[in-house]
Design a protein around this ligand. Structure first.
Ligand code: FAD
Ligand code: DHB
Length: 395
């Protein structure tokens, strides 16, 4: 079976769905191909913090209604170390910007609903997706649907299929340069039926390792613990997780973490990764397919959205005016911001985790504490953290 669309999108994560939505608003056709089921992508527990620019984009493009109702707007975060908490006043330091807690899978639900309501096509459970001929003007995507093989011809392919997708590895070896850093730790994350123990997020530096207190709603907490990169979650019964979180998050004797039923448990690996360029012929990579960040700065989802905003504008300019200039510059425009976000995510990660390897010594610990002390006592340093945390300008 042969079909055609203007832009073939691989992957129905935040990048693929947002791109399809933005293209639709600009009158450009697309088809999204997703390997997993709709139920799976709508329930997959991942990130939860939206930058101001991501929130604005969702609102401006008509998909922010549930987020406005259910999202939790935060004006600050807390850094805890040395037994004390220190607030970073995000709004006060950035001229009024905020961040919003709203789960990634809720954003996915909103985007899927909007695409389907507008007659858009998302092919779930597409099998054996492969991409072809992207060195020329009519690239093709092949996939299996039921028992038939479908060939989708397009003008452009958007590779939005995440870090383990097929688009990036299909680009001929030698055409891409990769920049990579793997950290000697991971995060054990839980989602729990427990009231948040604080109104704001808490990032804790502790001699036993990093911990993060976040939330999803007034009844649901999201918590993370630094752990070994090859940690077996089976070795962490719920009580042990709660005890460890209590130890690392406590600031002062009286502070008590609210406990509850653990709904979900998982390990997140920590890595920094970038490919350059983010394009090859008529194939454009966006989001985790092109780069990943360690989660400490809460940037992965936001960076995916920033990429497709640039890509949608470039494709719209091409279809409206025949202008290829922005498409040619896609990578260059994205990478300037990508590297700044990489820098921030690396910096937050380096400041807040115990590295625990032979390279870490007493000097490093003193330096980390000095860095935290500086960030929480100098307005200039706090402002640097705040303007990156709420999100650098999109372009
Ligand atoms: P993805 O969301 O990965 O979407 C890619 C889509 O492509 C998926 O739906 C996938 O099923 C599909 N796909 C893959 N291969 C194929 C194929 N061959 N054919 C068709 N479809 C395919 N960020 C944070 O900031 N904080 C966090 O706490 C956090 N936690 C995370 C936990 C986990 C387990 C993971 C994996 C990521 C986490 N992230 C976190 C990062 C954040 O979720 C990602 O940066 C974000 O999802 C990137 O969006 P994306 O659309 O680029 O990729
Ligand atoms: C969340 C995840 C993060 O990585 C982060 O830095 C802040 C919040 C979260 O899942 O809520």
């Amino acid at each position: 079976m042969n079909r055609r669309t203007q832009v073939g999108i691989v992957g129905a994560g935040p990048a693929g769905l947002m791109l399809s939505h933005l293209l639709h608003l600009a009158g450009v056709d697309s088809v999204v191909l997703e390997a997993r089921s709709r139920k799976y992508v709508e329930e997959r527990v991942r990130a939860g913090l939206l930058e101001q620019g991501t929130v604005n984009l969702l609102n401006e493009t008509g998909v922010g209604e549930r987020m406005k109702r259910l999202g939790l707007v935060h004006h600050g975060i807390e850094l805890r170390f040395g037994g004390r908490g220190h607030r970073i006043d995000l709004s006060g330091l950035t001229g009024g910007s905020t961040v919003t807690i709203y789960a990634q899978h809720e954003v996915i639900k909103d985007l899927i609903a909007a695409r389907l309501a507008a007659g858009g096509e998302i092919v779930f459970e597409a099998g054996d997706v492969s991409i072809h001929d992207f060195d020329g003007p009519t690239p093709k995507i092949r996939y299996r649907m039921d028992r038939s093989v479908v060939e989708l011809s397009c003008d452009f392919i958007a590779g939005c299929d995440g870090f383990r997708g097929i688009c990036r590895p299909t680009i001929p070896a030698g055409a891409l340069t990769t920049y990579d850093r793997i950290y000697p730790f991971a995060w054990l994350g839980i989602l729990a039926e427990a009231r948040p123990s604080s109104d704001e997020l808490i990032y804790a530096y502790h001699e036993r390792g990093f911990a993060l207190h976040s939330m999803r709603s007034p009844e649901i907490t999201r918590l993370y613990l630094q752990c070994a990169p090859d940690e077996d979650p089976g070795k962490w019964p719920d009580e042990k997780i709660w005890d460890e979180l209590q130890l690392r998050l406590a600031a002062g004797a009286g502070w008590k973490l609210n406990r509850g039923v653990v709904l979900q448990k998982g390990i997140t690996e920590m890595r920094s990764f970038v490919v350059e360029p983010m394009q090859s012929g008529t194939l454009f990579l966006a989001g985790d397919a092109a780069h990943i960040v360690p989660p400490t700065g809460a940037k992965g989802l936001n960076l995916a959205v920033a990429d497709v905003r640039v890509l949608a504008r470039a494709l719209t300019d091409y279809y409206a005016n025949g202008n290829r200039e922005l498409l040619t510059k896609y990578s260059e425009i994205c990478l300037r911001r990508v590297w700044k976000v990489q820098r921030f995510s690396w910096w937050m990660t380096s400041m807040l985790h115990r590295f625990g390897n032979e390279n870490e010594n007493a000097f490093d610990q003193r330096r980390q504490l000095a860095e935290l002390d500086y960030v929480t006592s100098s307005r200039a340093a706090a402002q640097t953290l705040a303007e990156n945390y709420v999100g650098l300008p999109m372009e």
